[in-house]
Design a protein around this ligand. Structure first.
Ligand code: BLA
Length: 658
């Protein structure tokens, strides 16, 4: 999709903000950092007094045991042994107040976050369990998205719960939403990639949920003990309380969001979407519920993954069946272009498009709406000059290949497979698909204070997307496999043509000596020596004198005349062959000795008939007949027929002898 104005600058600059090192925390909890080698507090958030009842400056340099009793310290140690967050939260009591401590270690630092304890409502726990079960029964991606929004809002009851899906170009879309009636719906709206910059997405792959309690609050800075690294050196990636980017807080305020809770949808290490819950006033969820919802989001991600995989496999199977049907058509047809364009399954069934064209040696033929013939004739040359070796696939021809688009003004989507250097190709064409994309907020620069500011207003804003076709969505894989099949079939045809040429006489098109001998051997194998099988050996009388008197072209014409005469006199089942020079042989099934001589006479009479167009020359021939008797092989039968023919010549030519 075309980028909104200023988006490149935002994409380049928003990613530079070091959000993991924000050096401050949100006000609803406090963070202490402890050096694990000395057990002394090295850093404290400046809001420890209201949260834990001790001044941050007073805590710096003190042991953690000044604040927590031995049992709590032992529970922290035990929690740290667990993988990931399994040991969290650790329960602690300070004076009258109870806390969830969320602990993790990073290098030599122990991070201890204090969240004032709030009991987890039992309906939230039951709701989460029920949701996990119900979501497991959902079968389609769209239903899963919708159900997720319904379930999450039923559990935590924020004003608005949205499911985002990230498109391959990183821009996002609200694909499901549950929202209170008073608010404008955002379902179906798209938003630019820079709304959630790349470094934030990287972080969300490992930190699977975030709670932002008050977008209007100024965060509490971290303070460092003397000689300790400054707080902006602390990696807060895994903390719950990390203060988020001021750009994002401004975004939230502009949207009217005071608090949010977001969950990552991660598939194979990639953030594919998010679930974001927003509320118009301060809200805070107990750690146990946040953790439970992370499990729910994980289940949704796994389900999305397997549904996507099933969908891909089904599409692939369907495409493979269509391709197999096309290949069967190709292998059964003499005319490959006909098999691709005009039979039961066509190129447009394999890959839907407005039109398809095929150039395979002969004239370029097409189906559906395609550019004019003279343009199709130039297409391969244009691709060659554009440096396209085999495949071109685009759904924005005008933007990606302006020089090719000039030739094809009505085409927005083009998929071409070039078939070698021959100029042949298979192409699919798609026209423009005018779509309206609805954006979350006006994308024009006037809707931002500066290019790096979030948008001021988020009301739906429509933009027409031009010059794009429907996406080819990976169909080039089918196209390239089909191209490979077509090339293999073409190669096979050329090879069998060559093999056929080796068995046919090039002047007359009759079987040559090799093919005759093969047939004779086959017949002998099939029937065994038999007086039913005969060879008639026919030799033109005084052939040399035709060449001498009328020239070689007349000699060739005489041979062609003899071939025609013998073929027309032959009965069905007889094989007429030219075995060399002026020698012809007819292999035939013969009822008896007398009948075969009669048959030979019939051939000689056909040869002696006046040739077409009275060329001036006239031919006669002599024939010898041999029967494939007992115990003879193919070459013996041929020699016997040759010898008989010789006897006929000696006896005065123009006759047949046995
Ligand atoms: C983060 N931006 C985010 C987050 C969301 C959005 C959901 C993640 C917050 C979280 O996980 O809790 C965007 N929120 C939305 C969108 C909707 C919504 C699209 O409710 C739609 C309805 N943001 C900007 C600009 C910049 C920017 C111009 O608009 C940068 C100059 C930055 N957004 C930005 C940053 C973060 C962010 C840096 C990370 C916040 C953090 O985790 O520190």
């Amino acid at each position: 999709m075309r980028l909104p104005p200023g988006e490149l600058q935002r994409l380049a600059e928003c990613v530079l903000e070091p959000i993991r090192f924000s050096g401050s925390v949100q006000l609803h909890g406090a963070l202490l950092v402890v050096d694990t080698t000395t057990s002394l507090i090295t850093h404290a958030s400046e809001n420890t007094a209201p949260i834990v009842g001790a001044d941050a400056m007073a805590l710096l340099g003190r042991p953690l045991s000044d604040l927590l009793d031995a049992a709590t310290l032992a529970a922290i140690d035990a929690a740290l042994v667990c993988d990931s967050n399994a040991g969290n939260p650790v329960q602690a009591v300070l004076g009258e107040r109870q806390y969830d401590l969320i602990v993790h270690r990073i290098g030599d630092s122990l991070m201890v976050e204090f969240e004032p304890f709030e009991p987890t409502p039992s309906e939230m726990i039951l709701g989460t369990r029920g949701a996990l079960r119900r979501l497991a029964n959902v079968r389609t991606v769209a239903e899963l998205w919708a159900r997720t929004a319904i379930e999450v809002r039923a559990i935590i009851g924020y004003d608005r719960v949205m499911v985002y899906h990230f498109h391959p170009d990183a821009h996002g879309e609200v694909v499901a939403e549950e929202v209170i009636d008073e608010l404008e719906p955002y379902l179906g709206l798209h938003y630019p990639a820079s709304d959630i910059p790349a470094q934030a997405r990287d972080l969300y792959v490992t930190k699977l949920s975030r709670q932002i309690v008050n977008s209007g609050a100024v965060p509490a800075a971290l303070l460092a003990d003397a000689n300790q690294p400054t707080p902006d050196n602390l990696d807060l990636s895994r903390t719950e309380l990390r203060a988020v980017s001021p750009h994002h807080l401004e975004f939230m305020r502009n949207m009217g969001q005071v608090s949010t809770f977001s969950l990552s949808l991660v598939l194979h290490g990639t953030l594919v979407g998010m679930i974001t819950c927003a509320h118009h006033s301060e809200r805070r969820l107990p750690y146990n519920i946040r953790d439970g919802l992370e499990l729910l989001a994980n289940q949704v991600s796994l389900q999305l993954g397997s549904m996507g995989e099933i969908e891909r496999l089904e599409q692939r199977n369907e495409a493979q069946e269509l391709r197999a049907a096309l290949v069967t058509q190709l292998s059964r047809s003499d005319d490959l272009v006909d098999a691709l364009l005009r039979q039961h399954v066509t190129l447009l069934d394999l890959i839907p498009a407005d039109g398809a064209a095929v150039s395979l040696g002969g004239p370029i033929e097409s189906l559906g709406t395609v550019p004019p013939a003279d343009v199709l004739a130039r297409l391969d040359g244009v691709l060659e000059r554009a440096g396209i070796e085999t495949v071109l696939v685009t759904d924005v021809l005008m933007t990606e290949y302006p020089e090719i688009a000039e030739l094809l003004p009505s085409v927005a989507g083009l998929l071409v497979m070039r078939l070698g250097a021959s100029g042949d190709y298979i192409a699919w064409f798609r026209g423009e698909l005018t779509r309206t994309v609805k954006w979350l907020g006006d994308m024009r620069p006037s809707n931002r204070l500066t290019p790096l500011s979030p948008r001021n207003s988020f009301s739906a804003w429509s933009e027409d997307v031009r010059c794009t076709s429907e996406s080819w969505g990976g169909t080039e894989r089918e196209a390239s496999e089909l191209a490979r099949d077509v090339q293999a079939i073409l190669l096979g045809r050329v090879q069998s043509q060559l093999a056929e040429l080796a068995l046919l006489d090039s002047l007359t098109g009759l079987p040559n000596r090799r093919l005759l001998m093969e047939r004779l051997e086959e017949e002998l194998d099939r029937t065994g020596p038999s007086d039913q099988l005969a060879l008639i050996f026919i030799d033109i009388d005084h052939f040399k004198s035709i060449n001498d008197d009328f020239g070689h072209p007349a000699g060739d014409a005489a041979l062609a005349h003899v071939a025609r005469a013998l073929t027309s006199a032959a009965r069905s089942g007889d094989t007429v062959a030219r075995i060399g020079g002026d020698e012809f042989v007819v292999l035939c099934q013969s009822p008896s000795g007398d009948a075969i001589i009669k048959l030979a006479d019939r051939f000689l009479a056909a040869v002696a008939a006046e040739p077409e167009n009275s060329p001036g020359w006239h031919v006669t021939a002599s024939a010898g007949v041999a029967i494939a008797g007992l115990g003879v092989d193919a070459s013996q039968v041929l020699s016997a027929a040759d010898a008989a023919m010789y006897r006929a010549k000696v006896a005065g030519r123009g006759r047949a002898s046995a």
